[in-house]
Ligand binder design. Structure first.
Ligand code: 4NP
Length: 154
């Protein structure tokens, strides 16, 4: 099983959206026995919370399930356990590098999947309020990520 962990700050807006969207695409492509996905946050404020209302509304509008998803904090063991650890912004990536103790081969920045986009970080909708923009980036990036996983690992 190839495993993917999306990481953001609170694990209630961006990384749960990415988790739900990637899981949806995994099922659409019939890869559910080959690719698994999870998400976590570097902060601990929202541990145990369901995704933010803005993320839930966007996912509902696209008929994408987030059933059972609750926020958790990233732990150093995640760096060893996951094949891809994908930070949504520069700060997430730098926090993952610190946590990895040098074992950082699995770490990627989400926007590096989308080199033609001007934005180099996934903007935090907790502060911008723009969940549509985040969905657009995540939808495009997750297609590229699945192609990359198939090419590299399957
Ligand atoms: P996320 O957004 O990292 O995309 O889940 C945030 C959620 C909560 C907070 C910050 C960012 N917060 O400061 O509580």
């Amino acid at each position: 099983m190839v495993s993917v962990l999306f990481v953001c700050l609170g694990n209630i807006c961006r990384s749960p959206m990415a988790e739900a969207v990637l899981r949806h695409k995994i099922v659409q492509r019939g890869l559910q026995d080959q690719v698994s996905v999870d998400s976590a946050g570097t902060g601990d404020w929202h541990i145990g919370s369901v995704p933010h209302e803005g993320t839930r509304k966007l996912l509902d509008s696209w008929r994408i399930s987030y059933e059972g998803m609750v926020a958790r904090k990233v732990v150093s063991q995640d760096l060893a356990n996951f094949d891809y650890v994908i930070g949504m912004d520069d700060s997430n990536v730098s926090n993952m590098r610190k946590l990895s103790g040098g074992n950082d081969a699995a770490i990627l920045k989400f926007m590096d999947l989308l080199p033609n986009e001007k934005l180099r970080e996934v903007p935090d909708p907790y502060f911008t309020g723009n969940f549509e923009e985040v969905y657009r980036l995540i939808d495009a990036g997750c297609d590229i990520l699945l192609d990359k996983i198939i090419e590299e690992k399957l």
